[in-house]
Design a protein around this ligand. Structure first.
Ligand SMILES: [Fe+2]
Length: 274
């Protein structure tokens, strides 16, 4: 990288910081901040499980679109690592270990958070959606209560449509901006806030609650957070990269994320007021 290139990248990084790292949903998420206090009722937790399950399902569709629209083989494969893992292919470490299975059961607590899906195994019970189904069972929610469009509130559905439109965009700069935004949002600590609240709820009234879906994702994000600067650099030097479209993709995507959490926040306040 020449001095001029380094200066350009630094200027662009500053603009990205202003959009992504200063966005309200990254800086202060009212819902997850409240949730972390552990005051959520059973109805609040059920509502969270249901709305998150719709997002989780439609994320899979957005990820597939991202792969279809990938600009090069490397991006295509990186997208497939995420998609296949989401669907139930366990990450295998380079040394070959990492399949934590006992019979038909797959314990997410023991499933690897890094490695590759290449040459690894598919297990139905390793699908992230199935972990969420398992989580929701003690709350009285079954498979048919989760993950469908009809279960979503308007704000959750808006978020899902924005994921399909922006994260899965045909334009690579827009899609890269959305990916970068989603990764930074996910690494900003919301998993930990949800885990804190869910742990309190489990202790108080729901001992059978399995938190593995949440703790596994939290572990993954801690690793992703370290890579985002490299990803930004790589995108920046890709031929045809468009800074404005990247920034618009990132900002619009975070507005979609914010709509999701603000919807949950309005719902829980509504329940309290009623
Ligand atoms: Fe996942």
């Amino acid at each position: 990288m020449s001095t001029l290139e380094a200066t350009d990248l630094a200027a662009f990084s500053k603009r990205v910081d202003d959009v992504v790292h200063a966005h309200p949903v990254v800086v202060a998420n009212d819902y997850t901040r409240w949730f972390a206090k552990g005051e959520a009722t059973r109805d609040d937790v059920r509502h969270l499980a249901q709305q998150f399950s719709v997002f989780s399902h439609y994320f899979v569709e957005a990820q597939l679109r991202k792969i279809i629209n990938a600009a090069d083989l490397q991006t295509y494969r990186a997208g497939k690592e995420i998609l296949m893992n989401e669907l139930g292919v366990i990450f295998r470490s380079q040394s070959g270990s990492g399949s934590a299975t006992v019979g038909d059961d797959v314990d997410p607590e023991l499933v690897g958070t890094e490695g590759t899906v290449d040459g690894s195994r598919f297990r139905f019970a390793a699908a992230h959606f199935e972990w969420l189904v398992r989580f929701a069972r003690p709350l009285g929610l079954e498979f048919g209560d989760l993950g469908k469009r009809r279960h979503s509130t308007p704000s959750t559905w808006f978020f899902c449509e924005e994921l399909l439109r922006i994260y899965g965009a045909e334009d690579p700069s827009t899609a890269e901006g959305a990916s970068y935004a989603v990764e930074n949002w996910a690494a900003a600590g919301f998993w930990k806030e949800l885990i804190a609240g869910l742990t309190a709820f489990r202790q108080r009234e729901c001992p059978d609650l399995n938190l593995a879906f949440w703790t596994w994702h939290d572990k993954v994000e801690d690793q992703h957070a370290a890579h985002t600067a490299d990803e930004l650099k790589e995108a920046f030097f890709t031929p045809g990269f468009d800074q404005e479209r990247f920034l618009t993709g990132a900002a619009d995507m975070l507005d979609g994320v914010k709509a999701f959490w603000d919807g949950l926040d309005a719902d829980r306040r509504g329940r309290w007021v009623a």
